[in-house]
Design a protein around this ligand. Structure first.
Ligand code: MRU
Length: 366
């Protein structure tokens, strides 16, 4: 995607041929700052502190993290330690474990002397595949958006999204926003309602930033406004991303997604989830019981970061001093509330049969 007219991915290899360069998402939307990751520890820290975030990008960064580790030490022990260290960074997005398992299996099969080159190559391949997947999700999602837009008599299609599942959450294009960008480029008039997405405000800061940079009309709303807008006929469809989708189509995504799905169901509004294959956890069926939900720091709830009048980034407290806070970062939307899963292979019902039809090679027999 373009920032100031210049095309960017969210992660790339620097001029030295091995450093990973990322956009520091903790500084957006007010500062566009690049960070160089030169060590395994820096890659792990970038994921933990959410310099990079979003399920697909977490996976790709972990892959580059393994490559950085191999650059320092390409022994078997270093490979295992890299996979273990990166695997502990964030628990919910299964793309992390998918990418690490792939790196481990590819690298374990080659001699230590070949691992640096091989790791760089594989990380690059994972990044490129993510871009292809997201572009395909955009094409499949476009057909859905076009179908609903056709019923709007030329009035803008009104899409509600939660969190950031745009190009910043992936390597390029995004998952939930890929169809939005495709529709925008196809000339379909649309307007995106962006949930602010407390506590970290990925909607207000990241989704609004990238939609604005791309010229897509949008309005930021507080998280609790979605149900009201839906009741008043102001939302035509919801699209969100996913951090882990089970074999039967239960979907973990940013906290608050489940409530939007309930409101959408109550109001007869289609609720789509867009995800690449690397987000599917074939080992799980019941998402509520099985998907690990990250519990993050209380401080993300008790404090907010924003730009002060003098332009500096400032943190302020918003809760009563001493009040404890809880911060579950994700929730699970059961498959029965999901209208369809938009993947790189096409759109499927959120069900065991639906996913099995799209991925016959991966699905388990019932
Ligand atoms: O905590 P985050 O910012 O990593 O959470 C991101 C989300 O929940 C996204 O919606 C999800 O990763 C889908 S991304 C394409």
């Amino acid at each position: 995607m373009r920032i100031g007219g210049k095309p960017y991915r969210t992660i790339w290899v620097g001029d030295d041929g091995w450093t990973a360069v990322v956009i520091d998402q903790t500084r957006l939307p007010f500062e566009f700052t690049l960070r160089e990751l030169r060590t395994l520890e820096q890659a792990a820290e970038a994921i933990t502190t959410m310099v990079v975030r979003g399920a697909p990008l977490i996976g790709v960064t972990a892959a580059y993290g393994v490559a950085l580790a191999m650059h320092a030490d390409s022994s078997d022990a270093a490979l295992l330690q890299a996979v273990e260290t990166l695997g502990r960074t964030r628990p919910t997005a299964v793309n992390l474990h998918w990418a690490l398992a792939r790196m481990k299996s590819v690298l374990a099969a080659v001699p230590a002397a070949e691992r640096v080159a091989c790791a760089c190559q594989e990380a690059q391949l994972i990044a490129d595949e993510d871009v292809e997947c997201c572009a395909a999700i955009g094409r499949h999602g476009l057909a859905i958006l076009r179908g609903i837009a056709d019923q709007r008599d030329g009035e803008p299609l009104r899409v509600l999204t939660h969190c950031n599942a745009g190009w910043l959450a992936t390597v390029d294009w995004g998952t939930a926003l890929a169809p939005v960008y495709a529709a925008h480029e196809a000339g379909i008039p649309l307007h995106v309602y962006v949930d602010e997405t407390r506590p970290r405000n990925q909607g207000a800061s990241l989704t609004a930033f990238e939609l604005g940079a791309h010229g897509v009309p949008h309005t930021v709303i507080v998280d609790n406004a979605g149900g009201h807008l839906m009741q008043h006929g102001l939302v035509d469809l919801c699209i969100v991303g996913s951090d882990r989708t089970t074999a039967r189509g239960d979907v973990a995504n940013k906290i608050g997604t489940y409530l939007k799905a309930l409101a959408a169901r109550d109001n007869g509004i289609p609720f789509y989830v867009a995800l690449p294959f690397s987000t599917i956890d074939w080992s799980l069926t019941d998402g509520v019981a099985g998907i690990p939900i990250e519990e993050r720091s209380q401080r993300e709830v008790t404090h907010l970061t924003g730009r002060a009048a003098d332009g500096t980034l400032t943190e302020v407290q918003v809760t009563a001093p001493g009040s404890p806070a809880a911060n579950p970062a994700f929730d699970v939307t059961p498959a029965r509330l999901v209208t369809g899963l938009i993947t790189e292979r096409g759109v499927a019902p959120a069900s065991t049969a639906g996913l099995a039809a799209l991925y016959p090679e991966r699905s388990r027999s019932p």
